[in-house]
Design a protein around this ligand. Structure first.
Ligand code: ADP
Ligand code: MG
Length: 703
């Protein structure tokens, strides 16, 4: 792309945003819609008809032919069904382009093929998509199509949530209500709404598409299932924040342009720790919009990569031995009049509203650590968490020096009298000005870190929707705020009651705070002593969804019913089993159809060489030794393959759900590892030209 982009001009050009609505909608209609967006007031059908009409006119001007209700079922990806705007032909044989309020507000996709975890039988397939007017509609233009996208929530005929969005919106209502109660107690009478602000950093890998197409494991499983480490990995740290090569720079520029047009505030981009790994972060937004935008970011990354002869890998661990990808969920609470409830100010020890807020977050994370861990559970994340590149599977909170010092004062003396100051950073270079530094250093190893005026949840997997983690965060903090408000609203002496509560929570929940190295062995031991849960795999984490404390939490705030939680538990077990099953079958396929035949052929080449060399009257020791070594690993590989095939058949016979998921983890995963070992050894021995697929080095260093 040689022309420069006029960012301000294109930003949001494909979004039916506030400016467009204000310009195009009659005043009264605009006002009514704003009321619905801001206060959740019902929208009558006449108003909806006007909005739908204007939305359609706008979309037609952009070239749209279709509209779609865009939703987020429990498949992890988004879903859409396109309907054209055409009406039934008129007597003159022509059609009109129409779009009614009813069509805008409600859709009825046949929902029978989406995961419901037993909430619906296939014969009662009715599901509804309902317009989420708080997330703006947009048009998506592709080479030969243009479609109006309407963000929606997806639920069953009986109102149960079948998606990620419905509980997210419910959890936002819960935290709004409790945070307002909290603010009123501290004398705030002006704020009318509190919303979680969310900024999501997205990591991804780019590989060459031609090479990608030669790897069945990448195609089917999204990650490599075989692959010997190249002589050079990421040990030199020369990729992290490294200068961005032309091909990647072109990609990033294309992606930014596309995202800006869609109103996604793509802001930061850089190379990540691993070769071929990159990151993109937009500016934070309100929670549900940020979650929608993250879906758009993932889709756009894939689409643009495809257009540029690349392939974008969003898997949490595409390459063993190389850093995997995550997603950092930056979370804070913002009022409609711009206050951040997680802003400590310069002297946090004096800011009792902030201190109580902070203690409520600690309390919520400590009480529901297992649930928060579960929200980041994903088969891919099992390969990443605790592998000294991402946080361990133990939830803890990093507060940093300044706030930990305040916490210690609270625990030791019951009150905090001072805050550590930042001081100045002296670089020792005269030409560089000294500047005021933060009061706290960063810690990259913590799963849940306070970073100045927000928390950063760093456990989430790169592929996953961040709706789940935000549903949990919003609801657990709502609960803690609710409990605090219940006590404080009844208190005679408010100041004293706040003070006592801060102290009580500080003492009770200080165990969740850990500022040290989260990657270390000592921490695992220490966490065990503290009684913090260490749920190493997805299968261990899933039961947290339906624990008594989770059910009580979600039912209290109308975020999930027990039935909905049980359905999600079932879906997760199935998702785990299916993901591992696909991996196992892919390994079986690749090993039996590509690797073993290639190695067999190679042994013949070696054997021919031995014979030829011996016939020439020369010593063939080296050739013979190599042949023996290759044949040895070939035998091992074949045995491991047979074992995996047998176990996989057994796995399919297990009853679906927990038992099957456990079998996949306990029997299939180790059997897959056992097959990989001899194959990776063979890759190091076999002639490069005889190996049936591109190597790690070709995939990650030659993009
Ligand atoms: P880093 O890599 O240093 O963690 P980035 O700049 O890559 O930081 O990403 C930080 C993310 O946090 C961005 O999406 C940013 O907009 C977001 N963010 C900043 N302030 C807040 C806040 N108060 N609440 C939520 N998110 C925030
Ligand atoms: Mg970050």
């Amino acid at each position: 792309m040689s022309e420069t982009i006029n960012v301000a001009a294109i930003y949001g050009e494909n979004v039916f945003n506030d400016t467009v609505m204000q310009e195009r909608l009659p005043k009264k209609v605009y006002k009514d819609l704003k009321k619905t967006i801001e206060e959740g007031k019902d929208l009558d059908l006449v108003t909806a008809d006007v909005i739908a009409h204007e939305m359609k006119e706008w979309a037609l001007e952009k070239g749209a032919t279709h509209y779609t209700h865009w939703f987020q079922p429990l498949t992890g990806v988004t879903a859409e069904k396109h309907d054209s705007f055409i009406s039934a032909p008129m007597p003159n044989g022509k059609v009109l382009m129409s779009f009614s309020g009813k069509e805008l507000i409600k859709g009825e996709p046949d929902a029978s093929s989406f995961p419901s975890g037993g909430l619906r039988a296939t014969f009662e397939a009715r599901g509804y998509t309902v317009w989420d007017c708080t997330s703006p509609a947009f048009v998506k233009k592709d080479q030969n199509s243009c479609v109006l996208y309407i963000p929606t929530a997806f639920c069953s005929y009986t109102g149960e949530a079948l998606d990620q969005k419905t509980p997210l919106l419910r959890s936002m209502e819960a935290i709004n209500e409790q945070a307002l109660r909290f603010l009123r107690l501290f004398g705030n009478t002006t704020s009318r709404k509190v919303k979680p602000s969310v900024g999501i950093e997205q990591e991804y890998f780019l590989v060459d598409r031609e090479k990608y197409l030669q790897r069945e494991d990448l195609i089917f499983a999204g990650r490599t299932l075989f692959g010997a480490m190249p002589p050079k990995g990421q040990e030199l740290d020369d990729h992290y924040f490294g200068s961005i090569r032309d091909r990647i720079a072109n990609f990033m520029s294309a992606i930014n342009e596309e995202l800006w047009k869609l109103g996604v505030t793509a802001k930061t981009q850089h190379n990540e720790a691993a070769p071929a790994q990159h990151e993109l972060a937009p500016i934070y937004m309100e929670c549900n919009v940020a979650v929608d935008h993250n879906q758009l970011i993932m889709e756009t990354l894939k689409k643009m990569a495809y257009r540029q002869g690349l392939h974008c890998l969003l898997h949490e661990k595409p390459f063993a031995g190389v850093n995997g990808s995550g997603k950092h969920d930056n979370w804070s609470l913002t009022t409609d009049d711009g206050k951040n409830l997680l802003d400590p100010g310069k002297t946090p020890h004096e800011n009792i509203q902030f201190l109580l807020m902070l203690m409520c977050v600690l309390r919520s994370v400590d009480k529901h650590a297992a649930l928060l861990r579960e929200s980041a559970a994903d088969p891919g994340n099992d390969l990443r968490l605790g592998a000294a590149e991402a946080p361990p599977a133990i939830i803890s909170v990093f507060l940093g020096e300044q706030l930990s010092d305040v916490l210690n004062q609270l625990v030791e003396t019951g009150s905090a009298t001072h805050s550590i100051k930042g001081g100045t950073l002296e670089t020792g270079v005269k030409a560089v000005p000294d500047f005021a530094k933060d009061a706290t250093d960063r810690n990259r190893t913590s799963p849940f870190a306070f970073t100045g005026n927000k928390f950063e949840f760093r456990m989430t997997g790169s592929r996953d929707s961040v709706a789940g983690p935000n549903v949990v965060l919003n609801t657990i903090v709502a609960e803690a705020l609710c409990e605090a408000c219940d006590i404080l609203e009844k208190a005679g002496d408010f100041e004293k009651a706040v003070h006592d509560l801060i102290k009580e929570y500080a003492i009770e929940h200080q165990r969740i705070v850990y500022n040290g190295n989260g990657y270390s062995e000592e921490w695992i031991e220490e966490a065990k002593r503290r009684g913090l849960p260490n749920l190493e795999s997805m299968v261990d984490a899933i039961p947290a969804l339906t624990s008594d404390s989770s059910v009580a939490l979600f039912e209290k705030f109308n975020v999930f019913t027990r039935k909905e939680l049980e359905s999600r538990e079932e879906i997760k077990y199935e998702a785990y089993a299916k993901a591992i099953n696909i991996e196992a079958r892919t390994m079986i396929d690749v090993a039996s159809k590509q690797i073993i035949p290639a190695v067999v052929k190679y042994t013949k080449t070696l054997a021919d060489a031995v014979n030829a060399v011996v016939a020439a009257g020369v010593d063939a020791d080296v050739q013979l030794a190599l042949l023996r070594e290759v044949s040895g690993f070939l035998k091992e590989a074949k045995e491991a393959l047979t074992n995996l095939e047998e176990l996989d058949k057994e796995a399919e016979q297990k009853p679906e759900g927990k038992e099957q998921a456990r079998f996949f983890r306990d029997a299939i995963v180790p059997a897959m590892e056992a097959l990989r070992i001899p194959v990776d050894k063979l890759e190091m021995l076999v002639d490069k030209s005889a190996w049936p697929m591109p190597s790690y080095a070709e995939l990650i260093f030659e993009v």
